[in-house]
Design a protein around this ligand. Structure first.
Ligand code: NAP
Length: 276
């Protein structure tokens, strides 16, 4: 088993994830895994970095596919005995003008952004080594979507005692409510992406609390963040930040020094902790 440190970035064949891998290749002392659901796109991205003189390794990972997640888990366990840095970046967003029914958008978006991220965490968090860092890429949109929720939902999402099971039930209820056409009546905002990112932010707060309760001595720091508005296929060419600029906050959180005791369990944008 290798003693080398290892970092993994989900959804990193393009966009912000790719830029995070690029920055980690320059700054992280260890092996950096670029992962992609499509091996062809992944290998192409690795080759692009190689042309820049950077060495990323590749592993297939589809966050929608539990088998794929478990294959990566087993690989990391066997080759490295765990992992040091995990960046949950993979995500999707329907375009504003997409004509797919809202219920479909809700189901598909929540599947990847919330349930996929959660499945990765369920399988990989137990493998994160002491002093490890976990970064969940959420969005400022989670804040605006939270403000669009009913007072009752806001209270639940801001609670310091909400459990992962309760959060999963709420995210499942959102999808079911959209199918029944009652999501607005039930207090949800009209944004599937926003609700999925509420899920990611709240999940991060819960996971940080669980680490405090169960693995306090391991000094693992786990945060949610927003990369900013970034020029990628998701956000389009009018966005204000380049992918490399978008990678700055996630990379800052991924490389917090080993003597740092925070941020932890926070939502961070522009390297600054924001109130949830
Ligand atoms: P992007 O350019 O569309 O890239 C998304 C990446 O996620 C791609 O590599 C994509 O792979 C991958 N992905 C999607 N579904 C996946 C799955 N099931 N399994 C594995 N990988 C999957 O988007 P981006 O702008 O870089 O976004 C990255 C993250 O930042 C997302 O979580 C997004 O919500 C968040 N974010 C972005 C902005 C922004 O302004 N861009 C703002 C706030 C937050 P494929 O190539 O195979 O599709």
């Amino acid at each position: 088993m290798s003693n080398v440190q290892v970092a993994v970035v989900t959804g990193s064949n393009k966009g912000i994830g790719f830029a995070i891998v690029r920055a980690l290749c320059k700054q992280f002392q260890g092996d950096v895994y670029l992962t992609a659901r499509d091996p062809g796109r992944g290998q192409e991205a690795v080759a692009k970095l190689q042309e820049e003189g950077l060495r990323a390794l590749f592993h297939q990972l589809d966050v929608d596919d539990l088998q794929s997640i478990r294959a990566l888990r087993d690989f990391l366990k066997e080759k490295y005995g765990g992992l040091n840095v995990l960046v949950n970046n993979a995500g999707i967003a329907f375009k504003v003008h997409d004509t797919a029914p809202f219920a479909t958008q809700a189901e598909v978006t929540l599947k990847t952004n919330f349930f996929g991220t959660r499945n990765i965490c369920t399988e990989l968090l137990p493998l994160v080594k002491p002093y490890g860092k976990v970064v969940n890429v959420s969005s400022m949109v989670s804040h605006s979507a939270l403000r669009g929720c009913s007072q009752e939902l806001q209270q639940k999402f801001r609670s310091n005692t909400i459990t992962e099971d309760e959060l999963v039930q709420l995210m499942t209820k959102f999808v079911e409510d959209t199918k029944k056409g009652v999501h607005e009546k039930e207090g949800w905002p009209n944004t599937a992406y926003g609700v999925s990112k509420i899920g990611v932010t709240v999940l991060s707060r819960i996971q940080a609390r669980m680490l405090d309760e169960k693995r306090k001595g391991d000094h693992i720091l786990l945060n949610a963040c927003c990369p900013g508005w970034v020029r990628t296929d998701m956000a389009g060419p009018k966005a204000t930040k380049s992918p490399d600029e978008g990678a700055e906050t996630p990379v800052y959180l991924a490389l917090l020094p080993s003597d740092a005791d925070g941020p932890h369990g926070q939502f961070v944008s522009d390297k600054t902790v924001r109130t949830w």
